[in-house]
Design a protein around this ligand. Structure first.
Ligand SMILES: [Zn+2]
Length: 438
């Protein structure tokens, strides 16, 4: 197996050839110091935030003495983060708020920032895409420098064709489009790709690879896509804050390799904020190392993952981060002391044949939590499918005890059209409704 193509890219970028952990750490330290110096000088937000942190950064572990940046900080006014004049900003991304309060988040990128993302997309995609491949892009791509547009330009650099389609609105139409364009690969949000894979039964669709891009992808969903298409599915981890791209699977598919020349990634205890050793699960926190427009210092993602302590079978010296396990603090406390979280539901439910998407509501009283599922599925027997969903949930290990002791009860499954459900897995929350009595 050849090492992830991110390795030669990072080697060239950092000037460390051959790339070693020591050489990369040296470069990261140099970039970290430079980033801290720049934000202190140019960003009104960090000038205030870092006012009392006079500590010189002697080594990379000293980063733990710097304060965190949160999504709320961004919502409170992203312009205060800017280190360049507005005229140097090439793209502004506005993220709608997912909670009940707060302003939207804005992220600002210069041409150089976008070029880094483009380079990462080209290097990362080359792990499983090459000249002659035709990749369907199910991300918004109409606007210049949007995610889909950058990805298409990145694919052109490695000799592949990026076919921008945008998000799926009608699976049948998209499947016809795929056939007409003879696509060999697909990149999209997990639920959208699953919808195509599960709706393609009987159609001659033969893709080699599917890249599921999100900050969280259930393993059962990934397997379902592979089974439906007989392809390999890869995870990509990223969010607008990381510069769209963050990390991507290599051929070994054990976890993501990260943009280590662009981002310094830490895993911290979500309660104490202290760094945790490799192998322990915690919150992903990143610091941008080469971002020019709007650098971020120790940004808390809210995503849970761990660094794998053992080397990746692909043989790279780069770190390997296990696939994200979901978001911190999401879920509902049950009367028996356990928690009901979306990732547990996802793993159980997406394994059920024919399921396209679902929404879960937990109506919780003091003793009993009643779980309501609104599902969308491919045409077929609703009675059979609903029984399969019930069985999958009752057999799911993390939920078994709560079903047995009666603290969790599943209500009859209702069905709805796919358009009525949110397709972004990462931004969903388990809707929790308080009941007067359990
Ligand atoms: Zn690898």
């Amino acid at each position: 197996m050849t090492p992830t193509p991110l390795e030669p890219w990072i080697a060239a970028k950092t000037g460390c050839s051959p790339l070693t952990r020591g050489g990369l750490a040296c470069w990261q330290l140099h970039r970290l110091r430079e980033t801290v110096r720049r934000v202190r000088e140019h960003s009104p937000f960090y000038r205030g935030r870092l006012k009392d942190c006079g500590v010189p950064i002697g080594g990379l572990p000293d980063i733990a003495r710097l304060p965190f940046t949160t999504a709320d900080d961004l919502r409170a006014g992203a312009q205060r983060f800017l280190c360049v004049s507005q005229s140097e900003i090439q793209r502004v991304v506005t993220l709608p708020t997912s909670g009940t309060t707060g302003a939207p988040k804005r992220l600002y990128f210069t041409a150089a920032d976008l070029e880094s993302t483009l380079e990462f997309f080209a290097a990362g995609m080359s792990a499983f895409t090459g000249p002659g491949d035709r990749v369907l892009i199910l991300l918004p791509g109409e606007a210049p420098d949007s995610a889909g547009n950058l990805l298409a330009r990145a694919l052109a650099r490695i000799g592949a064709a990026g076919i921008i389609h945008g998000p799926v609105r009608d699976a049948s139409q998209t499947l016809s489009f795929m056939k007409e364009k003879a696509v060999t690969g697909v990149v999209g949000m997990p639920v959208q790709v699953l919808g195509l894979a599960r709706s393609s039964s009987g159609r001659a669709i033969a893709v080699n690879s599917a890249v599921l891009t999100s900050d969280y992808v259930p393993n059962s969903l990934c397997r379902a896509v592979e089974e439906a298409w007989g392809c390999r599915a890869y995870h990509h981890y990223g969010m607008t804050e990381t510069g769209l791209g963050g990390g991507v699977d290599c051929a070994a598919r054990q976890g993501y390799h990260l943009r280590e020349a662009d981002l310094y990634i830490e895993i911290v205890d979500p309660e104490t904020g202290a760094p945790v050793p490799d192998g322990r699960t915690g919150e992903i926190v990143f610091t941008t190392l080469i971002r020019t427009g709007m650098p971020l210092i120790r940004y808390r993602t809210g995503d849970m993952a761990r660094m794998l302590p053992e080397p990746c079978p692909c043989g790279t010296i780069l770190r390997c981060m296990e696939h994200v396990r979901g978001r911190i603090g999401r879920g509902v406390a049950l009367a028996n002391g356990s928690r009901l979280g979306l990732p547990d539901l996802d793993e159980a439910l997406f394994a059920v044949d024919g399921l396209l998407n679902y929404r879960a509501e937990a109506v919780c009283g003091p003793a009993v939590c009643r779980l309501r599922l609104h599902a969308s599925a491919v045409p077929g027997s609703r009675a059979e499918q609903s029984a399969a969903l019930r069985e999958a949930l009752h057999n799911a290990l993390p939920l078994q005890a709560a079903f047995l002791d009666g603290s969790l009860v599943l209500e009859p499954v209702s069905y709805c059209a796919p358009q009525q459900l949110d397709t972004g897995l990462d931004k969903r929350i388990l809707a929790s409704i308080s009941a007067a009595a359990g």
